[in-house]
Design a protein around this ligand. Structure first.
Ligand code: FAD
Ligand code: MLT
Ligand code: ZN
Length: 487
């Protein structure tokens, strides 16, 4: 809700470029211009122009390391098309050369799915950024895959409507990437994930053919749900080039409360109580250690009179928002609460939550484990995960926060080498033991594919493999992502 994420996002990405440099990958001197290196590059340059085929390591660097600095490797080259036609031509050429492709949008993904693993072609979709005129009657718009969430939000708002998904990475994350990861975000409790906003899609398949379901009405029926299938496919089934998105009426009133609680169990009780009393737009949780990191970095003052073990942030929207939230808080007997209605005050409360990602990344390269638990297991999980992480190293830190209303916790582990996966293994096994899911809103990516079997059955994985083989028989699209290695 702050709209101020971009500077931090860009800052951290600059830092990541430094991490890549420090990791021993040699770079030629600065100032070299892009030069097309091989036959594949020459063919691609025929399609997009030489200026949009990047072969020089310095110009490629920002595309090759992920936002966290944990994942990435040199690409074969970076190619930047501007139209669906160009994407189709690129995929055909790569298919002929059997050159694997990694699609990339804003590169804000947190599971290493949008950066090369080893020498793939990096296909950047950012130039497909057009946002069409909003259809106010059908409440929809069509956007290029490379349009940022912020651009879509601006277009919707200019027409008196809203786009229902919101993320702190809004200034960089693209709608193509958000569909590919089936992103959730801070309003998922009310409106669901990206899949629920998708009215249509246009995508380039692994043979270069284009499937388009952009013009069908929302209730259009007939055949398999290709739109739903591409949502959450993480670049492994097709390259998304355009999407038709559902819009919702803009809410004119909003109220936000920050509530101090002494335990995760109390937070869950409050979440359940609030949901029983009114419609909730956002219901988030963070803990004292995360708040301390945010405050040390931002200089923000203590948000409540007392210090608490955990904090619940709740937002209510629509007519009588302040009154509805206020009376729900009173009914639950909550007293150490900050209630904000004016936009600046709401933004200030949200900034305690929305700047956590950057505050954690500023401490080191985190292992980010985005997981979901049944709400009645959340407290047990939190009680177990902190000592579990600490048992691996005295230097380990485990900072938790997340989307409380849907049981989606972000486990951020600091103090481990990038490729030390012991702690990832331990945390994901704990999640599975408690009946949770090892992936929630960030996708599986390269980071968690080796653990997919913990929460997906052999039959489920076989079915997914069959779909992958049918649509991408030569494993051209994002190999090494989502599906676990074959036995
Ligand atoms: P990328 O990182 O570029 O790619 C992500 C994946 O999608 C990769 O597998 C890539 O191959 C694939 N992909 C990208 N574009 C296409 C395309 N056009 N066609 C096919 N495949 C494609 N996520 C949430 O869900 N909720 C949050 O609240 C949230 N908050 C965040 C806050 C911060 C500060 C940051 C840095 C990240 C946050 N994220 C969040 C994670 C991230 O922003 C989302 O995963 C987002 O959806 C990624 O979009 P992107 O355009 O950056 O995709
Ligand atoms: C969030 O909810 O802020 C994000 O998903 C980002 C993160 O996990 O760091
Ligand atoms: Zn999140």
């Amino acid at each position: 809700m702050t709209g101020s994420g971009i500077n931090d996002v860009l800052l951290s990405r600059t830092r990541n470029a430094r991490v890549l440099h420090e990791s021993g990958i040699r770079r030629p001197p600065l100032g070299k211009t892009s030069r097309v290196a091989d036959e594949l590059g020459n063919e691609l340059a025929e399609v997009v122009g030489a200026a949009h085929v990047l072969t020089d390591p310095d110009t490629r660097a920002d595309y090759e390391t992920d936002w966290t600095g944990r994942f990435g490797a040199p690409s074969r080259l970076v190619v930047r098309p501007a139209t669906t036609h160009e994407v189709s031509a690129i995929v055909r050429i790569c298919a002929r050369h059997r050159a694997p492709i990694v699609p990339q949008g804003g590169n804000t993904g947190l599971v290493g799915g949008g950066v090369p693993r080893s020498g793939q072609v990096l296909l950047s979709l950012r130039r497909l950024a057009a946002v069409s005129a909003v259809d106010p009657i059908g409440r929809r718009l069509v956007a290029g895959a490379g349009a940022t969430l912020a651009a879509v939000q601006r277009a919707a708002s200019a027409a008196g409507l809203e786009f229902a998904v919101d993320l702190a990475s809004r200034d960089s994350a693209t709608v193509g990437g958000m569909v590919a990861t089936n992103a959730g975000g801070i309003r998922v409790i009310r409106y669901g994930t990206m899949r629920a906003q998708l009215l249509g899609i246009e995508a380039v398949l692994a043979d270069g053919s284009v499937v388009s379901r952009l013009s069908a009405p929302a209730h259009g029926n007939g055949g398999y749900d290709l739109i739903g299938l591409l949502a959450g496919s993480e670049g492994t089934l097709g390259v998304i080039t355009r999407v038709a998105l559902r819009l919702v009426p803009a809410e004119t009133e909003r109220a936000v409360a920050l509530i101090g609680v002494d335990s995760t169990a109390a937070a869950v009780r409050i979440a359940t109580g609030l949901r029983g009393l009114t419609v909730i737009d956002a219901l988030e949780i963070f803990y004292a250690d995360g708040l301390a990191l945010v405050r040390a970095r931002s200089g923000l003052r203590r948000p409540l009179e007392s210090e608490w073990a955990a904090y619940v942030l709740a937002e209510v929207a629509g007519a009588g928002a302040e009154m509805r939230l206020g009376s729900a808080l009173a009914a639950l007997g909550l007293d150490d609460v900050a209630l904000a209605v004016a936009p600046d005050d709401r933004r200030r409360l949200w900034s305690y939550r929305e700047t956590l990602t950057e505050a954690i990344a500023a401490e080191g390269v985190p292992h980010k484990l985005d997981v979901a638990l049944p709400l009645d297991q959340l407290s047990a999980f939190v009680a177990a995960v902190v000592p579990l992480v600490a048992s691996y190293s005295a230097a380990a830190r485990c900072v938790l926060f997340g989307h409380l209303g849907v049981g989606n916790l972000h486990v951020n582990v600091l103090g481990f080498a990038k490729d030390d996966r012991r702690v990832d293994d331990a945390v994901l096994r704990l999640v599975a033991d408690l009946g949770g899911s090892i992936g929630a809103e960030h996708g599986i990516g390269a980071a968690k594919r080796d653990w997919l079997r913990l929460t997906r059955s052999a039959e489920d994985i076989t079915a997914m493999r069959s779909i992958k083989r049918a649509l991408d028989p030569h494993e051209l699209l994002n190999p090494g992502v989502l599906l676990p290695p074959a036995d």
